[in-house]
Design a protein around this ligand. Structure first.
Ligand code: HEC
Ligand code: HEC
Ligand code: HEC
Ligand code: HEC
Length: 236
C-alpha cells in the first residue's frame, strides 16, 4: 500500500496508516497515466511472521526487543483494573472489545478485513506493523531476494515496502486522547524502545539521525521534543 523508498522520505512527517493510506490509494487510482495499482492490499501479517528473520542476536533481535516493550502487552493491559476504571469514566464497559480503546492498543484496528492476513492476532497488542506499516510485501520481497541469492544472483538491498517511522507515527497513539496520557518526548521514548541492527549499513546522515536526543535537557518533554524536533547529537 505504501511504498516509501528513499532514505530521506523516512524522516518526513507523513500521514500515518488508515485514512492516510486510503487517501493515497484513492489519489493514485484517479491520477491519469498512473501505473495500474495492484488491487491486493499490503496486509498486516503479525509479529510472529517477522520473528523468523528478525530474531538473531547478531542483527539486533528485534523480536525479542519488542517482546520486552510494553507495546507487546498493550492488549492485555486493557483487562486490568486500571483499564476498567479508565473505561468506566468514558462509558466503556469492556475495553478489550471497544474500538475506543482498541484503536491504540492493537495493530490493524479499523483496517478492512482483507488487509489482515489469515490468522492475524490482535491479542499480540501493538506489534511491529503499528510502527513499520503492513509487512506482507516486505516479506515477499525479502524472500524472493533470499531465493535469488541462493542461486548466486545479486541481492537487492534497498529499503523496501515498509512505512517510514516518524515522530508522527508515535503521536498517532501517544496523545491526549489516551485516558492515561503521559507527555511524550519522541527522542526519549525512541531510546527506550530502540532495536537497531548493529550490522546495518547506513549513511552518516542516517546514523546521526538515529542517535539524536532531546535538545532541551531537563525540560523535556517540550512541545518541540514531543514532535521530534530540535534533537541534538548524544554526548559521548
Ligand atoms: C524473509 C525474511 C524476513 C521477514 C519474514 C521479515 N523481514 Fe524485515 N528484513 C529482512 C532483511 C533481510 C532485511 C535487511 C537486513 C536487516 O535490516 O536486518 C530486513 C529489514 C527490515 C527493516 C529495516 C528497514 C528496511 O526496509 O530495510 C525493517 C524495519 C523490517 N525489516 C521490518 C520487518 C517487519 C515489521 C517484519 C514482519 C512484518 C519483517 N521485517 C519480516 C528480512 C525479513
Ligand atoms: C513502537 C514502534 C515500533 C515497534 C512496535 C517496532 N519498531 Fe522496529 N523500529 C522502530 C523505530 C523508531 C526504528 C528506528 C528506525 C527509524 O527511525 O527509521 C525501528 C527500526 C527497526 C529495524 C531497522 C534496524 C536498523 O538498524 O536499521 C528493524 C529491522 C525493525 N525495526 C524491526 C522490527 C520488528 C521485527 C518489530 C516487531 C517484532 C518492530 N520493529 C517493532 C519502531 C518500532
Ligand atoms: C498503535 C498505537 C501506538 C503507536 C503507533 C506507538 N505506541 Fe507506544 N504505546 C502504546 C500503548 C497502548 C502503550 C502502553 C502499553 C502498556 O502499557 O500496556 C505504549 C507504551 C509505550 C512506551 C512505554 C512507556 C509508557 O509510558 O508506558 C514507550 C517508551 C513507547 N510506547 C514509545 C513509542 C514510540 C517511540 C513510538 C513511535 C516510534 C510509539 N510508542 C508508537 C501505543 C502506541
Ligand atoms: C489515542 C490512543 C489511545 C486510546 C484511544 C486509548 N489508549 Fe490506553 N494508552 C495509550 C498509550 C499511548 C498508553 C501509554 C501511556 C501514555 O498514554 O503515555 C496507554 C496506556 C494505557 C494504560 C496503562 C497500561 C499500563 O501498563 O500501565 C491503560 C490501563 C489504558 N491505556 C487503558 C485504556 C482504555 C481503557 C482505553 C479506552 C477507554 C484506552 N486506554 C484508550 C493510548 C491510548
Amino acid at each position: 500500500m505504501r511504498t516509501h523508498t528513499s532514505t530521506r522520505s523516512r524522516w518526513l512527517p507523513t500521514v500515518t496508516l488508515g485514512i492516510g493510506g486510503a487517501l493515497v490509494m484513492l489519489l493514485a487510482a484517479f491520477t491519469p497515466g498512473a501505473p495500474a495499482q495492484d488491487k491486493k492490499p499490503n496486509k498486516f501479517v503479525g509479529a510472529s511472521k517477522c520473528k523468523s528473520c528478525h530474531s538473531s542476536d547478531e542483527t539486533g533481535n528485534q523480536h525479542a526487543a519488542w517482546m520486552k516493550m510494553d507495546h507487546a502487552k498493550a492488549y492485555e493491559a486493557l483487562a486490568s483494573e486500571e483499564a476498567k476504571k479508565a473505561g468506566a469514566a468514558r462509558g466503556v464497559t469492556d475495553p478489550q472489545n471497544d474500538p475506543a480503546c482498541l484503536k491504540c492498543h492493537v495493530t490493524g484496528h479499523g483496517a478492512p478485513p482483507e488487509n489482515l492476513a489469515k490468522g492475524f492476532d490482535i491479542k499480540l497488542g501493538v506489534q511491529c506493523e503499528s510502527c513499520h506499516g503492513p509487512g506482507e510485501l516486505h516479506i515477499k520481497k525479502r524472500m524472493a531476494a533470499a531465493a535469488k541469492a541462493e542461486k548466486g544472483a545479486p541481492v537487492v538491498l534497498e529499503k523496501d515496502e515498509l512505512a517510514p517511522v516518524t515522530p508522527q507515527t508515535c503521536l498517532g497513539c501517544h496523545n491526549s486522547e489516551s485516558p492515561t496520557f503521559k507527555p511524550f518526548c519522541f527522542f526519549k521514548r525512541r531510546e527506550e524502545t530502540k532495536h537497531l541492527n548493529p550490522k546495518a549499513q547506513r549513511t552518516e546522515e542516517e546514523a546521526k539521525r538515529l542517535e539524536l536526543v532531546c535538545g532541551e535537557g531537563d525540560k523535556c518533554p517540550t512541545e518541540k521534543c514531543a514532535k521530534g524536533e530540535g534533537g541534538i547529537p548524544k554526548s559521548k
